[in-house]
Design a protein around this ligand. Structure first.
Ligand SMILES: Nc1ncnc2c1ncn2[C@@H]1O[C@H](COP(=O)(O)OP(=O)(O)OP(=O)(O)O)[C@@H](O)[C@H]1O
Ligand SMILES: Nc1nc2c(c(=O)[nH]1)N=C(CO)CN2
Length: 347
């Protein structure tokens, strides 16, 4: 088995969570053993694209895969974690590069090892320096490159655990509890910051990600004129005005074009995707419609959302039980009142 060093980076959404997920997905692969993981580093973006700062780390793994096979595994993990390739060196939920693969030197269309940019990137070298065996020939070159790196060329600093997603939420919740007059150490509240951190990880899992990707399309020889509807899809979201829950049901209808359809279970997943961020009912309605349009380019889409809002029921006007309806139509649903009526009557 060869020792392999990988560099990982993320600058969309919950960056830390993507890095942790990627490392555990590597470790769950039967052909990969994760041996060492470096600290996480906050790094300024390198490469000329204006974008958010990255979180970078590195891992040392042992693997029975050949380099090309490992590259495929890495691409699978990147896609599972919503990586898209639009802008070269642009924002990404996750990027994994193979930096060293034992002592191998590889140069072909798909793979260059050692990674050609490694020695120009402090965000690659610093985490690797931390976990690399000092006896390896690359170690002294890494040390030397780091020591000669032009000052201020690339900003990088190691983050300590207090800056991690979970820990900083825990600290904030403790502070909030104290501010509202609570004792965060009383027995009922002791574990609350920890629970909130885990809950936020789950209910805000789509923050920063624009497009839904977890779907497959089917080409079916169906007559395009038939409407496909999925009714009463439950959703839960958090309003961006008060950070309080709003929840309800989404009804989606569409008229396919060129026989292009989406797996039915993916529409509820799309609804989950758009709700797992701070949002508004109007936004959820728009997002479901625009994602359906983008994914399927259908003849038209219809979306109706019915929801109750904690911020309306529990505070302010306190109108318990009131339901808000939002609707949005595109394509043939916009143009044809009878089709719109057919949809509205059947929900
Ligand atoms: N050592 C390597 N590790 C990962 N990918 C590599 C490597 N050498 C070549 N590649 C190729 O580079 C292609 C593009 O990779 P990717 O989309 O991650 O690029 P990038 O992140 O924009 O740029 P960079 O690779 O400079 O960080 C991959 O599909 C892969 O075939
Ligand atoms: N700081 C930082 N900058 C980058 C990174 C990265 O991981 N960290 N990745 C890039 C493309 O691979 C481009 N620029």
């Amino acid at each position: 088995m060869e020792d392999v060093y990988l560099s990982l980076g993320s600058n969309i959404g919950n960056r830390e969570r993507y890095l942790h997920q990627a490392i555990s997905m590597l470790g769950n692969d039967s052909g990969i053993l994760v041996d060492k993981v470096a600290h996480f580093y906050e790094t300024s973006p390198v490469g000329g694209v204006e974008q958010r700062a990255f979180l970078n780390t590195a891992v040392k793994i042992a693997t029975r895969y050949q380099p090309e096979e490992l590259l495929q595994k890495i691409h699978d993990i990147e896609s599972e974690l919503q990586r898209t390739r639009t802008i070269h060196w642009g924002p990404r939920t996750l990027d994994i590069d193979i930096i060293f693969f034992g002592n191998q030197k590889i140069q072909n269309q798909r793979l260059t090892i050692p990674h050609p940019e490694a020695f120009n990137r402090l965000f690659v070298l610093m985490p690797i320096q931390e976990i690399m065996d000092e006896s390896l020939p690359q170690f002294s070159k890494i040390n030397q490159t780091i020591s000669q790196f032009p000052d201020k060329d690339q900003e990088i600093h190691k983050i300590n655990s207090a800056d991690s997603f979970d820990d900083s939420i825990k600290t904030s919740i403790r502070k909030l509890l104290t501010t509202i007059g609570e004792d965060p150490d009383r027995s009922g509240l002791k574990e609350t910051p920890d629970r909130v951190a885990r809950m936020y990880g789950e209910i805000f899992s789509s923050i920063g990600i624009e497009d839904f990707q977890d779907y497959k399309l089917f080409d079916e020889p169906i007559k395009d004129s038939k409407m496909i509807m999925i009714k009463s899809i439950p959703f839960y979201s958090m309003c961006e005005h008060h950070m309080m829950p709003f929840w309800g049901t989404v009804n989606v209808g569409y008229l396919p074009k060129d026989g292009k359809i989406i797996g039915l279970s993916k529409i509820p997943r799309l609804v989950d995707f758009v709700s797992h961020k701070l949002s508004l009912q109007e936004k959820i309605t728009d997002d479901v419609l625009s994602q359906m349009d983008k994914i399927l380019s259908p003849q038209g889409v219809a979306v109706v959302v019915d929801a109750r809002h904690m911020c309306v029921e529990m505070r302010g006007v306190k109108k318990t039980g009131s339901v808000t309806r939002t609707t949005k139509f595109s394509g043939v649903f916009e143009q044809d009142p009878s089709l719109r009526q057919e949809f509205l009557q059947s929900i």
